[in-house]
Ligand binder design. Sequence first.
Ligand SMILES: Nc1ncnc2c1ncn2[C@@H]1O[C@H](COP(=O)(O)OP(=O)(O)OP(=O)(O)O)[C@@H](O)[C@H]1O
Ligand SMILES: [Mg+2]
Length: 486
Amino acid sequence: MLSAAASLAASAVLIHTMVQQFFPRKIRDYIFSSAFSFFTRVSSKLTINVHEFHGILPNEMYQAAQTYLSSKISPYTRCLQVAKQEDSKGLEVTMEQGETVVDFFQGIEFRWKLICKEKQKLVLNHRRKDSLTPMLETKFFVLSFHMKHKEKALNVYLPHILQQSKNIKQEEKHIKIYSGDYGKLHNGMIRGTWNGVNFDHPATFDTLAMDPELKRTVKEDLQRFVKRKAYYRRVGKAWKRGYLLYGPPGTGKSSLIAAIANFLKFDIYDLELTEIRSNSWLRLLLVGTANRSIIVFEDIDCTIDFQERKEEDATKSRGRTNSQNEKVTLSGLLNFIEGLWSSCRDERIIIFTTNHKERLDSALLRPGRMDMHIHMSYCSPSGFMTLLSNYHNVDNHTLKPEVERLLREVEATPAEVAEELMKSDDSDDAMRCLVKFLEGKKVEASEENKKEESMVVEGSEIEELKEGEEVEAEKQESIVVEGSEI
Ligand SMILES: Nc1ncnc2c1ncn2[C@@H]1O[C@H](COP(=O)(O)OP(=O)(O)OP(=O)(O)O)[C@@H](O)[C@H]1O
Ligand SMILES: [Mg+2]
């Protein structure tokens, strides 16, 4: 049997070599493809070809299969392709042409083979009246499985691959932060108005010192939001969500934005309203942003003059609009958030930050404008524990009760606490620095209080004096009245 098998193999090799040597490529391809189609016709297998391009456009299914199959490469795969893109975090390992990957999905065997063929392309050259035939490489996957699973393959398996590859890509995605190229806009250019760089901010929800209940609510809100594409369609709303982050400086508003971007793997578009000359610039920038992104307007109270709204309304009521000398107005901004233009992209988060919520126009605060108002406040004892674990990797300390007591008495921002904790690598030293700092703050606060109290006392004295004067004046008046009566 062995000798028979050996001679069979030897003959197969001989035939293969002869075909390779004596037949031109075209005939060779024809022989192989005819043999292939003969075997597929008589077998119970069904094959689906997934080409790299569909017309001139890349075939999304091919790209998805490539990504998906990278995660299915078995230890038996003999030949791999490795690539690294500038933006990608690690190596991209894909199957090499001619290799086969077997994938089991819901108990069904799916075989994938990558084929690479050179095709001759006919190009007519009208000037020289002859035709050129440059070689064109075409790549495609051949997917084969038992015919009885055709429906499942088309309706379940392939959509599953599309979804899985989207998840894998999202996992590997490098987040970017974009800032507007206002110079280009100034020169009348409408493309490439955003410049992006990689965003490597380390803030996450775990490292954020924030009320645990609020943190949980925000995370759940984000998770619900990204899953609700169908819901937003059904209720007829653009798929976006607005957050207003407010609180004193150094309480983690920008850190929360970074944590949200890292959590959702969304890019950030940072809009500088003071640089934007008009509502039309705002619209241009908006259409230049991508889906699955966060649009940020920092310090909104300082960047837009809310008084304008009244002037604007007055202008409109007089039937005049000043398009030449336009500026970003509150109504332009509101249009951006919820007007028709706001729905030109999907899955978007719009974030406003402010240190002074009370200065914002009520139009921005009205229910439905910003979906969630998030108050970032001074460092609480639980926030302090997060910072202690971030900066010193410890869960407890002898000075912890002292710090917690002081934090209940004074207002210190997480940024201030973090700064003290960073002063030394030794947690004991750092904690001592923090206690000293908080005690100093307490003294300052009590002196401040005393000053205010004394001012109030002085004020009341003045008022009392005034009251006394009034009494005197009343007396005089009554005298006058009495006198006149006399
Ligand atoms: N809640 C927090 N949790 C963890 N770190 C924080 C927090 N708040 C502030 N920090 C630290 O302080 C630094 C400054 O905080 P951040 O820029 O997020 O504050 P902010 O509220 O945006 O301030 P501003 O109003 O001035 O923009 C951060 O880089 C971070 O190190
Ligand atoms: Mg900030």
